[in-house]
Design a protein around this ligand. Structure first.
Ligand SMILES: Nc1ncnc2c1ncn2[C@@H]1O[C@H](COP(=O)(O)OP(=O)(O)OP(=O)(O)O)[C@@H](O)[C@H]1O
Length: 202
């Protein structure tokens, strides 16, 4: 085990205890299936034996990053998500678990239709206007709930909205901030409009 891994492990342990995220034993998850790869590591689907729920474990592969700030940012993301994840249009957060390789994972509700982007690619021609308006309304309700809780997402796009049983759920709070922490000189964040979108509006 590398020194960095020991260092990040200790930091995580202390911070997780402090914030009381709810720790789950990794052994209570079975039947892993790789469903995606994000900026910080793999995302796997599991059956959570104790609850009967299907969950997504999102791994933070922190031992490749010699930066305590990344770990603090991860904890901050969990804190924000935990404070709003009881809403039907926000992905549910169930806690954290340490996998067999020693990496920390956030345990999230599994969304059975993947991202909104994937969902639209597969279903766009089948969807009626009422379905599209329903999706837009539900995203707006989720966003309103974040704003009512003083949280600005700052990275809302179709890959950060998941679809579960036709219900949109906002996810990925990595760039989110509490409103009182935004300063007037904050840098630009989020995803730039794609060439395709620009072509469309011209
Ligand atoms: N809760 C979930 N349920 C179902 N699939 C998920 C879930 N979370 C993530 N995924 C799948 O895993 C992929 C990668 O997710 P992740 O959030 O790590 O990606 P990302 O947004 O590209 O990365 P980053 O977090 O660095 O912005 C997604 O594109 C999606 O297909």
């Amino acid at each position: 085990m590398s020194l960095i891994k020991i260092f990040t492990g200790v930091t995580f342990e202390k911070l997780f205890l402090k914030h009381n995220f709810g720790h789950q034993t990794y052994k209570s998850h079975k039947n892993p299936l790789l469903i995606g790869i994000g900026g910080f590591g793999k995302v796997l689907k599991y059956e959570w034996k104790d609850s009967g729920l299907t969950v997504a474990l999102k791994c933070l592969k922190a031992d490749t990053i010699v930066d305590e700030k990344i770990i603090k940012d991860f904890i901050y993301e969990l804190k924000l998500l935990q404070s709003v994840s009881n809403h039907q249009n926000v992905i549910s957060f169930y806690g954290v678990t340490k996998d067999s390789d020693g990496y920390y994972n956030m345990v999230l509700q599994y969304a059975d239709d993947g991202t909104l982007r994937e969902y639209l690619i597969t279903n766009f021609t089948k969807l009626q206007w009422t379905d599209k308006l329903y999706i837009a309304k539900e995203i707006a309700l989720g966003l309103l709930y974040l704003h009512d809780n003083n949280i600005i997402h700052r990275d809302l796009h179709s890959k950060n909205i998941l679809i579960h049983q036709r219900q949109p759920k906002i996810t990925d709070f990595g760039l989110s901030r509490q409103i009182n922490e935004i300063t007037s000189n904050s840098n630009l964040h989020g995803m730039p409009a794609s060439g395709l979108a620009m072509d469309y509006v011209q």
